[in-house]
Design a protein around this ligand. Sequence first.
Ligand SMILES: [Zn+2]
Length: 95
Amino acid sequence: MPEMLAALSSIRTVEEMIAAFRDEQHCRRLLESMVWPDGRICPACGFKRSIALADRDTGKRRARPGLYQCSSGDCRFQFTVTTHTPLHSTKRVFG
Ligand SMILES: [Zn+2]
């Protein structure tokens, strides 16, 4: 998402920053483009494929937006853009 980074780097004033972070979804996309410039990476194992749980319609309450699950069969770690986990850490879900 290079256009998101361009938008962020163009911020010069407080007013522009407020506009850029005006809602949660917009803020999360900006953050994701900074943390994962080359795509989502599982913070637990480094696997480069994951699914967005919020996109799945389970018929129950939808998952929290921005929550992803590692596609590695050995991991299945659930994480958000703000989850920072050392590779050797035990499996935990934050936040
Ligand atoms: Zn993983």
